[in-house]
Ligand binder design. Structure first.
Ligand SMILES: CC(C)(COP(=O)(O)OP(=O)(O)OC[C@H]1O[C@@H](n2cnc3c(N)ncnc32)[C@H](O)[C@@H]1OP(=O)(O)O)[C@@H](O)C(=O)NCCC(=O)NCCS
Length: 181
C-alpha cells in the first residue's frame, strides 16, 4: 500500500517527481544548504540520476535511502526534503533533512520531521531513529534536540570533510522515549 501523500497543517509529504528537479537542484546548490552536506554543487544530470534511482524505490526497503519531498500547501513550492535510511533489517532508521534557505526558520522542518518520526514509530514500528550531523551544524542540532533526540556520541575529527578534519555528533531517539516525551 502506498503511504504517500501525507499531510500536516501546512505541508504535503510525497514522492519526488520530474517537476521537482529544478527546485531540488536549486536548493542543493545554495552554499548555505550544501555547507555541511556531502555535495558542493548539484547539476541537472545529478538531479535526473537522483530521480531515476528514487522512482523505483519502495518505502521502507532495508539498506536504502528514500527521499521524501516536502511541498508547501499554500503555493505548491518544494520546501525541502526528509531522507530516510532504513537499516538493521527494518528495525531502525536514520534521518537527514534539507530545506531551501527561503523555507528555513519558519517551523517547516520541525513540522515535516515530526510527521516522519510519527510514521516511523507508529506505523512502521521502528525501535530507534538516528542521525549523524556535523558538530558545527547548529540548526540541525537544534532541530533534532527539539524533537527529543539525545546526543549519544561526539566523534573528534572523524571525517575529512571539504578539505579539513571535522567533528560529528551522533543523535538517537528510541520509540519509548518519544512516546514519553
Ligand atoms: C537543518 C535545517 C533543516 C533546519 O531547518 P530550520 O529551518 O532551522 O527548522 P525550523 O524552521 O523547523 O525551526 C527553526 C526555527 O524556526 C522557528 N520557527 C518555528 N516556527 C516558526 C514560524 N512559524 N515562523 C518563524 N519561525 C518559526 C523555530 O522556533 C526555530 O527556532 P530555534 O531553532 O531558535 O528554536 C536547515 O537549517 C537546513 O536545511 N540546513 C541545510 C541542510 C543541512 O545542513 N541539513 C542537515 C544535514 S543532516
Amino acid at each position: 500500500m502506498e503511504i504517500f501523500p501525507l499531510t500536516t497543517e501546512r505541508l504535503i509529504l510525497r514522492r519526488f517527481t520530474q517537476h521537482d528537479l529544478p527546485a531540488f537542484s536549486g536548493y542543493r546548490n545554495q552554499p548555505e544548504v550544501a555547507r555541511y552536506q556531502s555535495w558542493s554543487s548539484f547539476s541537472a544530470a545529478d538531479a535526473s540520476a537522483f530521480l531515476e534511482q528514487q522512482r523505483e524505490l519502495a518505502f521502507d526497503a532495508d539498506q536504502t535511502w528514500f527521499q521524501i519531498a516536502v511541498e508547501r500547501k499554500e503555493d505548491a513550492v518544494l520546501a525541502g526534503d526528509v531522507a530516510v535510511h532504513f537499516f538493521d533489517g527494518g528495525r531502525q532508521a536514520e534521518l537527514g533533512v534539507t530545506f531551501d534557505s527561503s523555507c528555513q526558520r519558519q517551523g517547516y522542518a520541525t513540522e515535516a520531521l515530526s510527521r516522519v518520526i510519527g510514521l516511523l514509530f507508529d506505523d512502521l514500528k521502528k525501535h530507534r531513529i538516528v542521525a549523524t550531523v556535523n558538530a558545527r551544524n547548529a540548526s540541525v542540532v537544534r532541530l533534532l534536540e527539539k524533537q527529543g533526540f539525545r546526543r549519544e556520541a561526539h566523534y573528534r575529527e572523524n571525517i575529512f570533510f571539504k578539505g579539513a578534519w571535522s567533528d560529528e555528533y551522533s543523535f538517537a531517539l528510541l520509540k519509548h522515549e518519544w512516546k514519553a516525551g
